[in-house]
Design a protein. Sequence first.
Lengths: 202, 314
Amino acid sequence: MRADDTLPPAGAPRTVMSETDVSRALRRIAHEIVERNKGADDLLLLGIPTRGVELARRLAALLHDVEGADVPVGELDITMFRDDLRTQPTRAPLRTRIPATGVDDQVVVLVDDVLYSGRTIRAALDAVADLGRPRAVRLAVLVDRGHRELPIRADHVGKNLPTAHTERVMVRLSGVDEAGDSVTIAAGETRAGRPSTPGGAR
Amino acid sequence: MRHLLSSADLTRDDVRMLLATAAEMHEVQRRDVKKLPTLRGRTIINLFFEDSTRTRSSFEIAGKWMSADTINITGKGSSTSKGESLRDTVMTIDAMSVDCVVIRHMASGSAHQVSQWVDASVVNAGDGTHEHPTQALLDAYTMEQRLGSLEGRKVAIVGDLTHSRVFRSNAITLRTLGADVTLVAPPTLMPSGIGTWAAADGLTLTDDLDAVLASGPEAVMMLRVQRERMSGGFFPTPREYTVGFGLTRDRLRALTAANPEAVICHPGPMNRGLEISADAADAAQSLVLDQVSAGVAVRMAVLYHLLAGEEAAA
C-alpha cells in the first residue's frame, strides 16, 4: 500500500542494467576471477539458487572462452542454514549439487545475483564448511546494493547500486525468467526486518 | 503443519513438498559431514512403547543430523512400567519444554490423544492398527525414485490388512498422489467395514493375489503378518497363508513376466518364508533397503517442516 499518492506507483521499475550491461559485467567478472586466481586451476563455481546458479553457468561459459578451461559448476542451496527460519513458514529446500571434485582444496567462488544484508552469504559459508575445506572462498555478485548487516564483502561485483532500504532490486535472467536479462529497481515496501524476498526481488 | 498424526491430514501439496524436501535431505545423507544446523536448540523425544528398529533409529538419526537434541524413551525403561499412565508420562515430558514428541504406542488413536495434552508438536510413529504416516511417505518416496510420478500407477498392497497401520497410511497417501490402489488379503484379514472406505476412496478389494500379479502392477507392497497382534485363527497354518498370499518364487516369476519393471516393497521386519520368499526379498526389483535409506531423509523432511518454521516458533 502506498503511503503517498504523489510517489510513482510502487510497481514502476527503473532499469539500472540492460542486457548488454549484464553481459559486459559478467565478462569482466570472469576476467577478474582468472586474474585473481592466476588461471583457472582448482576453481569451482557454486551458484546460490535460483539466479546464482544461472549466473555461475554463464561465468563458467565465459571462463571457457577466456581461458579455455572447463570450470566445474555446482549448486548450493542455503535454506537449511538460514538464520531467519523461525520467522517465516518453511519451504522446500532447493537443489544442492556439488561436482565430483568436491570443495576440498578448491578455490570456491560463490555466485549470487544480489548482495544485500549478507545473511545469505553467511549461510552459504556455513554450508560450504559442512562440505569440506576449500583453499579459499570468494564471492561474485551481479549487484551489490549495500545495507550489509554482517562483515561480508564481495570480491567481484557487477555493479554497485546505492539503494534505499525501501527499494526493491529485481534481477531477471533469461533461462530463469520469461523476460531477457535486466536489473531493475522499484520503490516498494519491504517487509520490516526481512530484506530478502524470494523470486528475484531483493 | 503442527502435528503429523494421520496421512489424511496431508494435502497433495503437503506430500509433494515433503517428498521434494526429502530428496534434498537424501543428498545430505551421501555427504561426509551429515549435519545441518537447521534444528539447533530443538529437543525431540522419541517415545516408543512398542519395539522398533528402523523407525526409532531413523527418527533419532534424522533429528541428530539436523542438530536437534534427541532423546529416546522406551516403554520398558520408563515410569509406565511402574504404573504411570500415558497421560502422566507425556505431561511430564511436555513439562520439560520439549519441541517435538515422536510417539509409537499400541493403542490406536494414542498420537491424536497425546496431541491434545501437550504443547509440543506430535509425530505419529505408529499407533496400534491405525496409522503410520511417515512410513507411507517414505514408501511413496521410494516408489517415486524408481517409478517416477505415481499418478495412475497400479500399486497392490498385500497381506495382513486388519492389523496394518502401514497399509492404512499407505492407501491414503497413494490415493492422495493419484495412484491406483488394490488391496489383497484373505477375507479373515480384510478389516471389517473396509468396503465403505474402499467405495468412497476408490480402492479395489480382492482375495485373488495371482490375478492381481497377472495384471502387471507397477509396485507390490507385501505386509508383515503381525503374529504378535493376532489372538485367534486368522489362517489355518503359516504354510497355507504362504500358498494363498505369500510372494513366493513362482509368484515373483509371474509378476516379472507380467511387468518386468515392477518393484517390490516391504515395510519390514520381514518374515522370510511367510509373506515373502527370500528370492523376492533379495530380488533386483526389491526396494526393501531403499525404503530404509529413504526413512531417514523423509523423517528429516517431516521434522524440518514441523519444527523449523514460524508456526513452530509461535
